[in-house]
Ligand binder design. Structure first.
Ligand code: CLR
Length: 436
């Protein structure tokens, strides 16, 4: 049984359903692509990349066979694969440190999708948008490519118990030995805990760690993710630094992560640890010692999740989903993103990634068409930019605006027009540009 929602949770739920946000998603997420396996030509990465040392990804023109059939807006949406962690975290009403542990596990969980994905996502066109709803998980997401140089994609996702927002703005550089991707922006999470927590909303924020493609020269490239991720509860003052270990020469430290949750008074309360390819467990620190045990199993369904940490010394926060073989090594979640059932086609913006012809061709294994269409839409983007330059018009994104975050004081993107309202009124077409 779903417990009663708090007034702020209920308000968000009413907003999402009141705007018919889930219209078009009735058939549920798709299970597979049309393609059974991708048959992209296998080329040596090093053979192509060796002349590109020192460059960033935006300055590399690579054959389309280096691409996967997703783009960076969709890669950001992949952060939503494990939002069940947030819904479980919101249920813990008597332990803000354990709530933060859930947020930390959520932030780390998305890295599991980088495994075996040695391919370049398409670069979204300026003004491209991507919406994604999961009625079964209660959330809606909207994103827009707000800048082309540097490429920045702003995202805003909402559910009754949380909002997740930020911008993907990565600095990439190819060093020869490795190809490094450094995310620049801060990600924000508003959590709305269940009744009894003594707080209606909490603001958390974190920065992503470095992603790095290693093993390029030896011909067995893998994505590693390493560095420190500071996760802060700005409302209550709890903090945690999760350290992602670099895999190292022998691969001995591969996937390992660990962090301590510290209360505002400086007391270490929980340890979050595990591996981002497998599972993450929170263990209570008792008299300076880390509790042992495998952790309470993940509850089957939200309603069985604990509401108190009183009798828990170890709890399983996250377990990776199965990875059945799939074209481009996509996760089952990534496969759902570019689906375009007829029901949905009526609602999405004309700028939605799902309508990008090059990416659709890639997804269907029509690689020559993908290359031709990619060239065409990129040329169309350049023509639009030339027109703007000639008439001296400064580009402004349609749905987001740059602002200063009221709590962190850092620059961020915030919605400026209500996409979901336009969607409900079927009036997106009156303002969205023709970019494909
Ligand atoms: C990491 C998590 C960030 C968003 C993000 C942006 C760029 C992505 C990166 C993630 C994962 C690794 C990535 C990268 C772009 C290119 C790189 C997919 C999702 C691949 C592995 C590079 C392949 C090498 C090419 C030269 C073929 O929030």
């Amino acid at each position: 049984v779903e417990s009663d929602l708090t007034s702020v949770q209920e308000k968000k739920k009413q907003l999402i359903t009141g705007q018919d946000s889930f219209a078009g998603y009735e058939d549920g997420p798709r299970k597979r692509l049309k393609l059974d396996a991708d048959d992209r030509p296998k080329i040596s990465l090093w053979g192509v990349l060796k002349s590109l040392i020192g460059k960033d990804m935006t300055k590399m023109t690579l054959p389309v066979s280096f691409n996967e059939c997703t783009n960076l807006l969709q890669r950001s949406a992949e952060d939503m694969e494990y939002t069940d962690i947030l819904d479980r975290g919101a249920k813990i009403v008597d332990d803000p440190a354990l709530r933060l542990a859930h947020v930390a596990a959520f932030a780390a969980s998305s890295y599991s999708s980088t495994i075996n994905r040695i391919a370049k996502p398409f670069n979204p066109l300026l003004g491209e948008t991507f919406e994604y709803c999961r009625p079964d998980c209660g959330y809606r997401l909207f994103s827009e490519q707000v800048s082309h140089h540097p490429p920045i994609g702003a995202l805003y996702a909402e559910a009754p118990k949380w909002d997740f927002y930020g911008a993907s703005n990565v600095k990439s550089q190819f060093y020869g030995r490795s190809f490094d991707i450094n995310p620049l922006g801060r990600w924000y999470l508003t959590l709305r805990p269940d009744a009894g927590a003594g707080v209606e909303e909490e603001l958390y924020s974190f920065k992503k760690v470095t992603s790095s493609v290693v093993g390029i020269i030896t011909g067995s490239p893998i994505v590693d993710n390493y560095g420190d991720m500071d996760i802060i509860n700005h409302t209550l003052g709890y903090k945690c630094t999760v350290n992602f270990k670099p895999r190292g020469w022998s691969g001995k430290n591969a996937y390992e992560l660990k962090g301590r949750i510290v209360s505002p008074s400086g007391k270490e309360e929980w340890i979050v640890g595990g591996r981002w390819n497998d599972k993450i467990i929170a263990r209570r620190i008792v008299k300076g010692q880390e509790s042992t045990g495998d952790g309470v199993k993940l509850p089957a369904g939200d309603s069985n999740a604990p509401t108190s940490s009183a009798n828990i010394n170890a709890i399983l926060l996250w377990k990776v989903h199965d990875r059945p073989p799939a074209p481009f090594n996509l996760t089952a979640f990534a496969i759902t993103l570019n689906d375009l059932p007829d029901k949905l086609a009526r609602y999405i913006a004309p700028t939605d990634t799902r309508l990008r012809p090059d990416q659709r061709a890639m997804e269907e294994g029509r690689y020559d068409a993908a290359a031709d269409e990619k060239k065409r839409v990129e040329e169309k983007q350049r023509a639009a930019r030339r027109l703007r330059e000639q008439s001296g018009v400064e580009y402004k994104p349609l749905w987001f605006k740059k602002d200063v975050h009221p709590v962190t004081g850092e620059e961020y993107y915030t919605p400026t027009r209500d996409y979901w309202q336009y969607r409900q009124n079927k009036s997106i077409k009156t303002i969205a540009p023709d970019i494909f």
